[in-house]
Ligand binder design. Structure first.
Ligand SMILES: N[C@@H](CCC(=O)N[C@@H](CS)C(=O)NCC(=O)O)C(=O)O
Length: 201
């Protein structure tokens, strides 16, 4: 059994769970929740960065981060499934990088609130990251894949980034990005694992 260290709210952990489901590998993975803030959690021994998701293989090897884990799962499933081979691979990976970047920038804003007392918070720094989210969403809205195209890690990552904005930013993005709203509804209808991994605030 593979062991996935994650937490229900992690957009990167969610990406791995959805990828595993689409690849037919969910039964081979046991999810063990991790507390990234707890120094006693074995996570820091498994991954020196103390980050989730982290995947512990049957032989004891450990893989991180989510992009490496998703590559591994795709390889286990035969390769070229959600990370296409050939030329298409690079745009799929680029789209994953963009969506992960949106999630990263959103997460850093959440961490600013979580880790800093109010008087130490830096509005300019938060704005800098909010700009990344906004430009990323602008780009995604203008460059959406059509529902007839096969799903890649780019679309999975985008759905998880949007899900994270729903969870932590009360879905404010929905007011400005109507195409992304209907794209996400379509994704949810196509991918049952998306609803199954949803957490409510
Ligand atoms: N690039 C990493 C990002 C992972 C990440 O930032 N995870 C967050 C939770 S969603 C985390 O572990 N935060 C704890 C920390 O940074 O100490 C990936 O794709 O796996």
């Amino acid at each position: 059994m593979l062991i996935l260290r994650s937490s229900p709210a992690s957009p990167f952990g969610r990406k791995v769970k959805i990828a595993a489901s689409l690849l037919g590998l969910s039964d081979k993975i046991q999810v063990v929740n991790a507390d990234t803030n707890n120094p006693e959690d074995t996570l820091r021994q498994q991954n020196p960065l103390g980050k989730i998701p982290t995947l512990v293989l049957e032989n004891g090897d450990v893989l991180y981060d989510s992009r490496v884990i998703v590559e591994y799962l795709d390889h286990l499933a035969g390769g070229g499934k959600i990370i296409p081979n050939g030329e298409k691979r690079f745009l799929a990976l680029r789209n994953q990088a963009l969506a992960d970047g949106i999630a990263d920038a959103a997460l850093l804003q959440v961490y600013e609130e979580r880790w800093r007392t109010e008087e130490r918070r830096d509005a300019k720094w938060v704005e800098h990251h909010a700009g990344k989210v906004q430009r990323g969403l602008d780009h995604a809205e203008a460059n959406l894949s059509s529902p007839s195209e096969s799903l890649t890690i780019g679309e999975i990552a985008l759905a998880c980034a949007l899900g994270y904005l729903d969870l932590r930013f009360a879905g404010k993005w929905r007011e400005s990005y109507p195409k992304l709203v209907s794209w996400l509804a379509d994704f949810e209808a196509r991918v049952p694992a998306f609803a199954k991994t949803k957490v409510t605030p």
